[in-house]
Design a protein around this ligand. Structure first.
Ligand SMILES: Cc1cc2nc3c(=O)[nH]c(=O)nc-3n(C[C@H](O)[C@H](O)[C@H](O)COP(=O)(O)OP(=O)(O)OC[C@H]3O[C@@H](n4cnc5c(N)ncnc54)[C@H](O)[C@@H]3O)c2cc1C
Length: 400
């Protein structure tokens, strides 16, 4: 192959890609980070609407616990975060039993002696939190996640009132000469590689023109759904890695935030859980006061939802939950992560007996192709922002 353009090409500028880029640049590597969209941050997508008293999140909203990956950024940049009242988010549905064989959450809960209502609640919780289907998600993975969460006070939750986007923007600014590292509107389409040499082909989202970058190593941080769809061709295919990607599941989420003229609910409301089929879960910005309500539907419900008008469906559900007709909202904020070709879903989960797949995904092919991002996190923090940052840092350290 001809001369190199840089040492490392990173595909994707979500928090994993940005964290990897910063570490590699600071270690003296020349890096180019190709991002398909016209912005960085990926599944962190904040709307700063001047008519809303707080920033509105369309993707990640909460910091789960006290993970150093996120809190170091907040502390260093003096970014304010406030704690939510999580006791009304329900108790811990994760079982203490440690069976040797893996099983699905559904099998586990059916075999448990809990009352029917508790089982129903636990199923709702596990599906809602993990964007997973109860009959598929692995108990072994849920236990690993629960153990990992325990170590970082994962029962606590925090929100960044000024917007979660401050986290990726801080990561971006921490990359030396970031404007010549991160290249937006650049859709990676193909990676040709052999040991310690690769060529990444990308298409400009603006002009359609094709470009190529030659490098020694590549870090792929695109969402699992993009990998599974085969949107990036690899030549040759890293068989074990693509098989691991096919094993994991990419869950679905619909979240809609409504802005009303004024808050019409009890000012002490934090989370609302219900047995509604569609959009059963809601939350306010409590303890911050704002006329915003967020509707959430994930897992089986999100996968099977076929209706067209999600906002009306959500408001109908809210009216039933509050036992009063919900007023017309002033604004509706929504991003369809499933339909977005650069995401194709919300976040990953592990099916029964699939736990080793996360590990396989994180093992580089021939010290040349590295995979990172929330799905490749092996520390029990996948499907989170801090887990994605950790996996980006991990890939960068492996590469160095
Ligand atoms: C609705 C929703 C709510 C969530 N809530 C929370 C929460 O409250 N707390 C929490 O911790 N986590 C939450 N998450 C999960 C969290 O957002 C993710 O785990 C994390 O942001 C993933 O970061 P990443 O860098 O791995 O991937 P991403 O952020 O997805 O970054 C990957 C990047 O790759 C780009 N890309 C895709 N295809 C290509 C291509 N062909 N070429 C170049 N670039 C490409 C994408 O545009 C994207 O920018 C939520 C996610 C969703 C969707």
């Amino acid at each position: 192959m001809k001369t190199r353009d840089c040492d490392v090409v990173i595909i994707g500028a979500g928090v994993a890609g940005l964290a990897a880029a910063g570490t590699l640049r600071r270690a003296g590597k020349t890096v180019r980070c190709l991002e398909a969209a016209d912005r960085v941050g990926g599944r962190i997508l904040t709307v700063h609407d001047p008519l809303s008293p707080v920033a509105v999140e369309l993707g990640a909203e909460f910091i789960h616990g006290r993970p150093p990956e996120t809190w170091d950024i907040l502390r260093n940049q003096s970014i304010a975060a406030y704690e939510l009242r999580t006791e009304d988010a329900g108790g811990d549905p994760f079982p203490q039993s440690r069976g040797r064989r893996d099983e699905s959450f559904e099998t586990y809960i059916r075999g448990s002696r809990k009352p029917a209502a508790a089982k129903r609640w636990a199923r709702h919780y596990v599906e809602g939190f993990n964007a997973a289907r109860a009959e598929l998600i692995s108990m072994a993975s849920l236990r690993q996640d629960a153990d990992a969460a325990d170590k970082i006070e994962g029962h606590r939750a925090f929100r960044i009132p000024g917007g979660y986007d401050q986290v990726p923007l801080t990561l971006l600014r921490s990359i030396p000469e970031h404007s010549s590292v991160v290249q937006l509107n650049s859709i990676a389409e193909q990676v040709k590689w052999r040991r310690r040499s690769a060529e990444v082909q990308f298409r400009s989202a603006l002009s359609g023109q094709v470009g190529k970058l030659r490098c020694r190593q590549v870090v792929v941080t695109v969402p699992l759904g993009v990998l599974q769809a085969g949107a990036i061709r690899f030549d040759p295919e890293p068989t074990a890695i693509l098989k691991a990607a096919a094993t994991l599941k990419f869950g679905h989420v619909y979240r809609i935030t409504f802005r009303f003229v004024r808050a019409f609910w009890d000012p002490d409301t934090g989370f609302l859980f219900s047995n509604e089929k569609w959009f059963p879960t809601w939350w306010t910005t409590y303890p911050q006061i704002a006329p915003l309500l967020t509707a959430w539907m994930a897992g089986s419900a999100a996968e099977s939802y076929k209706g067209l008008d999600k906002a009306s469906e959500a408001l109908a559900s809210l009216s039933r939950i509050l036992n009063r007709k919900a007023p017309q909202p002033e604004a509706v904020y929504f991003h369809d992560w499933q339909a977005d070709p650069f995401f194709r879903g919300a976040y990953s989960y592990v099916p029964v007996n699939g736990l080793p797949a996360r590990n396989t995904l994180s093992i580089p092919a021939d010290n040349t192709l590295f995979f990172a991002g929330e799905a490749a996190n092996t520390t029990g923090h996948s499907a989170t922002v801090h887990g994605a940052i950790e996996s980006g840092l991990h890939a960068a350290r492996q590469l160095l």
